[in-house]
Design a protein around this ligand. Sequence first.
Ligand code: G6P
Length: 302
Amino acid sequence: TRHRPFQRTKGINGLEKIIVRDPRGRSFEVYLYGGQVTSWKNEKGEDLLFMSTKAIFEPPTPIRGGIPVLFPQYANTGPLPSHGFVRQRFWKIDANPPPLSSHPSSTAHIDLILKSSEADLKIWPHKFVYRLRVALGHGGDLTLTSRIRNSDVKLFNFTFGLHPYFSVSDISQIQVEGLQNLDYLDQLKNRTRFTDHGKFITFNSQLARLYLRTPNKIRIMDHKKKKTIVVRKEGQADAVVWNSWDKKVVDLGVEDYRRFVAVEPVEVEKPIILKPGQEWKAIFQVSVVPSGCSRKSCIPHT
Ligand SMILES: O=P(O)(O)OC[C@H]1O[C@H](O)[C@H](O)[C@@H](O)[C@@H]1O
C-alpha cells in the first residue's frame, strides 16, 4: 500500500488536526488551531512532547503543551497580548508552499500557512504571511521551519519564539547544558541581567531565564531515562529555559511541572526587522539520543 503523507482528522472538541507518520511508525500531530504540534512519537509510541493533563482545547485559550508558536511578540515584551496571537488562530494547510532551500531531508512533512486577517490588522497593523513546515527526519528527529514574510507596504519588526514543552522523567533529574558563561535576563526579577557561571542548569524552584545570544546547540540531559534531547536552532539568537514549579498555572495539573521542561528558541533581544517583500527564516530541530552511564559503560554526549 502507498504510504499516505498525512491524515486530516478531528481531535479534541472537534478541532481539526493533522497526523503525519513516517514509514517506520514515528509520527507527529499538529492542530490547525495554533499551528501547534501537540505530539511527537518515536517508533515505540512514546511521546517526546508533554501535554498538560488540564490542557484546554477551546479557542481562544492557547493549548498548554506541545510546541506553541509565539509571534509577533514574545511574552509581555511589548504592547500585544502575551506571546502574540498566532497560537490562537486557525492555520490552514499550505498545499503549494514555495520550495525550501537548504532544508534537511525529511521522510514526512506538512506545510501550514497563516495570513493576517482584518481583525488581526486591528491589533497589529502589519500584513504578514507565516509559513510553517513540520518535518520528520530520517533519524526520527523533528524539524520546524518558520518563514515569515512582510506582505505589507511598510517595514515592521517583531519578536518571536517557539515554546516546546519537552517530556522528561522528573524535572529534578534534568540538566540543561550549553548555556554556561552566558548572560541571561531573569524573567522572575523584572528581566534583571545576570551571568550564568554554572556548568549546567538544574531545577529546584520556578525558573524563567532568557539567555542572550546562545550557541545553536543546547542539550537536555535526562539521567533517569538515560537520554539526551538535543535542541538545534538557526536564526533565533536567544533561548528561554522555563519551568513553572509551584507557581499556580490554571491549565496545568498540580504535579505536571515535574514532567516537562521548556527550552525555547527565541528572538527577543534584537527584534527582527522586515522590509516589504522580505522574508525571515528560522529552523528548530530536535533529536533524542541515548546518553549517560550504565554499570558497564558511559555513552558520551553528542
Ligand atoms: O502561560 P503562557 O502565556 O503560555 O506562558 C508560559 C511561559 O512562557 C515563557 O516560558 C515565559 O518565560 C514564562 O514566564 C511563561 O509563564
